[in-house]
Design a protein around this ligand. Structure first.
Ligand SMILES: Cc1cc2nc3c(=O)[nH]c(=O)nc-3n(C[C@H](O)[C@H](O)[C@H](O)COP(=O)(O)OP(=O)(O)OC[C@H]3O[C@@H](n4cnc5c(N)ncnc54)[C@H](O)[C@@H]3O)c2cc1C
Length: 437
């Protein structure tokens, strides 16, 4: 049986409003209708500006990135998405749990125990449906959404103040082959891993350490814990710490199960090129996973993605801004991608609103949020690298029980405060001890 991955659930409350502003001139153009694009567009429209969003696909469309983390709550609240999510059939997620290479479980990190607040319950989402909800929510806020509309070019013209070139709009190609030039005061690139502007302007810096790949599929009837553990994300290490599996319980009794490891290890330095064979070779190396899927039925094809981490050297230029994966992609170990998409979208929308109000849409005005955002992203990266260097959460919490709260803060995505920096030295200490054992 094939699970309908891009399935549209008609029972959900996602009735789009008619597009009334479709042909009106706009202040802001957003490229891409994923979480970063819809967040930016909605929050700018909430401030009273006219926004057009161009998405090359027709939704619902498949996308990976199914596990949300609690700090998404605050942006979702501003977007007025919470009632829609509460009404949805998405599985509720209360914790994350790590399983080591020998199959030994760590204590779960319960979000609510760390922060007794409604935000500590988040969701495991089918992205086709979540992204559809977000896109329709943007429409509800007055964004002129165009699907099947591929932005082929960002247009530039000389800045009136002599500050070099500035973005002045986009060129869009529609499904019927017609093209249109759309002028705008600000262009937001939210094109995800297509990284339209980053490539055009040669801003990409590859991460020298995080050169991973992923291989995944979906299982029906796989093992599920009970009670508040039912929707937990599990991170299960494979033997010799060569990689890890994600285990994300979704609705309809389906679990998303994928392996992440070095790209060359997974796909290049191996006798077989067959994805199914590689997947099961890795399952055989993951004692924690084998019994969980032993009696399950595979309900989707295998999918692969090269997922090298990268970041642009700047979030903004004259008249343009980068958000979400179009600014940077970080290894999915802690499910931080959608949070970073939402957070950058929110910070960008606030900077763009202020810039439009003051008449200053220079690189400096649109990029005010770069230092704060990059510091947060860097903290998540540090936690990712620690895991790949062999860091053990179980051991850390045993040695430093008073720091469990701050580690949980990082895991929930509370990355934008200096307090969490207290964990790095003790973490390094554990790493040194383990290196000498
Ligand atoms: C293997 C893997 C597992 C992951 N797991 C998780 C997870 O569990 N939790 C999590 O939070 N994150 C996860 N992520 C990360 C997450 O998928 C992304 O960070 C997130 O989707 C970024 O959102 P975005 O809006 O920036 O980009 P996207 O969601 O990719 O949206 C970009 C949109 O732009 C459109 N587009 C592209 N080019 C153009 C163009 N020229 N014109 C018009 N439209 C265009 C695309 O069609 C797309 O709809 C994972 C990523 C990978 C690779």
């Amino acid at each position: 049986m094939q699970w309908e991955l891009a399935g549209y659930n008609a029972s959900m409350d996602i009735q789009p409003k008619p597009l009334t502003t479709q042909e009106s001139p706009v202040e802001v153009v957003v490229i891409g209708g994923g979480p970063s694009g819809t967040t930016t567009a909605t929050l700018i429209a909430q401030q009273g500006y006219r926004v057009a969003l161009y998405e090359r696909e027709k939704f619902p469309r498949f996308h990976i990135g199914e596990s949300l983390i609690p700090e998404t709550y605050h942006v979702l609240e501003r977007l007025q998405m919470l009632p829609k999510l509460k009404k949805s059939h998405f599985v509720k997620k209360h914790s994350v749990q790590f399983v080591n290479q020998h199959g030994k479980l760590s204590e779960p990190f319960y979000f609510f125990d760390n922060k007794p607040h409604e935000s500590s319950q988040t969701w495991q989402v089918l992205r086709s449906e979540f992204d559809q909800l977000m896109l329709n929510n943007a429409r509800d806020h007055g964004v002129a959404v165009h699907e099947g509309a591929h932005v082929v070019e960002v247009l530039f013209e000389p800045d009136a103040n002599g500050a070099g070139d500035r973005a002045s709009g986009v060129q869009v190609k529609f499904e019927n082959g017609s093209t249109r030039t759309v002028p705008a005061r600000v262009v937001v690139d939210a094109s995800g891993q297509s990284t339209l502007l980053m490539d055009r302007m040669k801003l990409r810096q590859w991460d020298p350490l995080l050169k991973k790949a992923a291989l995944w599929t979906y299982w029906k009837g796989a093992y599920r814990d009970a009670g508040r553990d039912e929707g937990a994300t599990m991170v299960l290490q494979t033997q010799d710490k060569a990689g890890w599996f994600w285990y994300i319980p979704l609705h309809d009794d389906v679990v998303s199960v994928g392996v992440v490891a070095g790209h060359d290890y997974l796909f290049k330095n191996r006798a077989t090129k067959d994805h199914e064979a590689i997947y099961f070779e890795e399952v055989a190396r993951c004692p924690g996973l084998q019994p969980r899927i032993a009696n399950a039925e595979r309900v989707a094809p295998f999918r692969i993605l090269k997922e090298y981490s990268y970041r642009a050297t700047q979030v903004a230029g004259n008249g343009w801004v980068l958000v979400g994966d179009a600014f940077g992609f970080l290894d999915p170990l802690y499910s931080s991608g959608v949070l970073l998409a939402l957070k950058s979208g929110q910070l960008a929308a606030d900077a763009i609103g202020a810039g439009l109000a003051s008449g200053d849409t220079s690189a400096a005005a649109l990029g005010t949020w770069q230092p704060e955002f990059v510091r947060g992203m860097e903290r998540m990266r540090r936690l990712v690298c620690a895991y790949y260097e062999g860091f053990s959460f179980g051991r850390f919490v045993k040695a430093y029980p008073h720091l469990k709260g701050l580690v949980t803060d990082l895991l929930i995505g509370d990355l934008f405060k200096d307090e969490v920096d207290q964990v790095w030295e003790p973490m390094e200490q554990i790493r040194r001890e383990m290196a000498t054992e």
